[in-house]
Design a protein around this ligand. Structure first.
Ligand code: COA
Length: 178
């Protein structure tokens, strides 16, 4: 699989709302009455690393990602700077429909990983609002260099959000064990 390394250009004309703090962001209503298969659902987000790993695995399965050992996924989440979940509630249960996480040096740089929206909820603007929240939280933490690795088929999704490839000729490079 090939990847593109993409950087987020920090444009000063963007109006960042910094009213949502990194702490204390559980179950914030993000989209009210989202139409989905004849139902109207309220979509919430939370910043929380207490994630049901089986729900996350199901979400990743739904977009055809290769399964990863849950123990390693838990370790990755535990060591992430930020994890954001999108979900709707039914019968007191949270139904996970979107996810993204970020690693960071907590100061200058952050890299976004595992951006996913359940296929039944794609094309409704949720990927964009999820990414907007991720960027908002990182800007709130005064992190200005935000990178990610985009599959070729989603490069334009990220471009629309302000990400750019190869600024000043910078190339993403990889080392894999043989
Ligand atoms: C990529 C993904 C997160 C987008 O989520 P989404 O909820 O469908 O996206 P949105 O509805 O918010 O779309 C926002 C904009 O991006 C565009 N867009 C959405 N998916 C796109 C894609 N794959 N390629 C190009 N543009 C895309 C939409 O047309 C929309 O454009 P508009 O604002 O001009 O109308 C989602 O399709 C997904 O989970 N894909 C599978 C997992 C994946 O590939 N993740 C990325 C790994 S790098």
């Amino acid at each position: 699989m090939s990847f593109w390394k993409i950087f987020f250009k920090n444009t000063s004309d963007m109006n960042w709302q910094t009213n949502i703090e990194l702490e204390n962001t559980e179950n914030i209503l993000l989209v009210k009455h989202l139409e989905n298969e004849g139902q109207y659902l309220d979509i919430y987000f939370s910043i929380d690393d207490d994630i049901n790993l089986y729900d996350l695995e199901k979400l990743c399965d739904s977009v055809g990602w290769v399964r990863r050992p849950l123990k390693k996924v838990k370790m990755a989440i535990d060591h992430s700077f930020l994890t954001i979940c999108l979900f709707y509630k039914s019968c007191q249960k949270k139904n996970l429909i979107g996810f993204a996480r970020v690693t960071s040096d907590n100061s200058f740089n952050a890299t976004i990983w595992d951006v996913v929206i359940h296929p039944k909820f794609q094309g409704k603007g949720l990927g964009k609002v999820l990414m907007d929240q991720v960027i908002k939280q990182l800007r709130y933490s005064d992190i200005s260099t935000i990178t990610l690795f985009a599959d070729p088929q989603v490069v334009s999704f990220y471009r629309n959000l302000g990400f750019i490839t190869d600024p000043d000729g910078v190339k993403g490079m990889f080392w894999y064990p043989l």
